[in-house]
Design a protein around this ligand. Structure first.
Ligand code: MN
Length: 235
């Protein structure tokens, strides 16, 4: 449903955006999807069966924190984890997108962190409740500037690394994804209709661990870019 803005009974919320690297342009974010369990070594460290297909969950688009930002340490947790991920931003969508056509939907790529209140996620998982409280909290989706596919192509391999206070914690390669980017887009489009502005965090390599207030997080995906955020005190 659409309506004339003058009919809103409150001011419409701001449109979440991602920067486009090297420009003053921004990419408007519609929805933020995440892939669960997409790197074998991370599945093993979480104690799960590697033969299970990946699945999807979502975060609110307004959980995005830009490059250089500060993430307030969230409430309710004593175990917030980092998960560095390749982010895919869509310029078009559809339902039941064939794998062979999926790359045509991509505007560009960025580096993100799927911040996770691991203690709450696992507590929810263990009693078969939804993951939202563990995954979809405020400031839970730092994401750096996008690089257009028109400029960098479609990276299928390349180092993906996350450091905390200068020390390497996660160090993988995009070629370790169980489901590659076209397969992820195709699968997700069977479940929901994708549309321009949707972004997808494509799963994390092994090495996830806790972070605390004061930590400086540096991420890089080879050929895509960097993302730096600081963990701040609780609000
Ligand atoms: Mn993740």
């Amino acid at each position: 449903m659409s309506t004339d803005t003058q009919n809103y009974v409150i001011s419409p919320p701001p449109q979440p955006v991602l920067a486009v690297a090297g420009t003053d342009k921004v990419f408007p974010v519609r929805r933020l999807w995440c892939v669960g369990r997409n790197y074998v070594e991370h599945i093993k460290e979480m104690g799960q069966d590697v033969r299970e297909p990946p699945f999807f969950f979502a975060k609110p688009a307004d959980a995005i924190v830009p490059d250089g930002g500060t993430v307030p340490y969230p409430s309710l947790t004593k175990d917030m984890h980092h998960e560095v991920e390749l982010v895919v931003a869509l310029k078009s969508g559809g339902r039941n997108i064939p794998v062979a056509r999926a790359l045509d939907c991509i505007y560009g790529y960025g580096v993100g962190i799927d911040l996770t209140r691991r203690d709450l996620q696992i507590a929810s998982r263990d009693i078969k409740r939804p993951w939202e409280i563990g995954k979809a909290f405020d400031h839970s989706a730092p994401c750096g500037a996008l690089k257009p596919a028109a400029a960098i192509g479609h990276p299928a391999k390349g180092r993906i690394v996350l450091k905390v206070n200068g020390k390497v914690r996660q160090d993988g390669d995009l070629n370790q994804m169980i489901w590659n980017v076209p397969e992820v887009i195709s699968k997700l489009s069977e479940m929901v209709e994708l549309a321009p502005g949707d972004i997808i965090m494509t799963g994390t390599p092994s090495g996830v661990a806790a972070i605390v207030a004061g930590d400086k997080i540096e991420c890089e995906v080879e050929g895509v870019g960097t993302l730096n955020v600081t963990i701040g005190p609780p609000l």
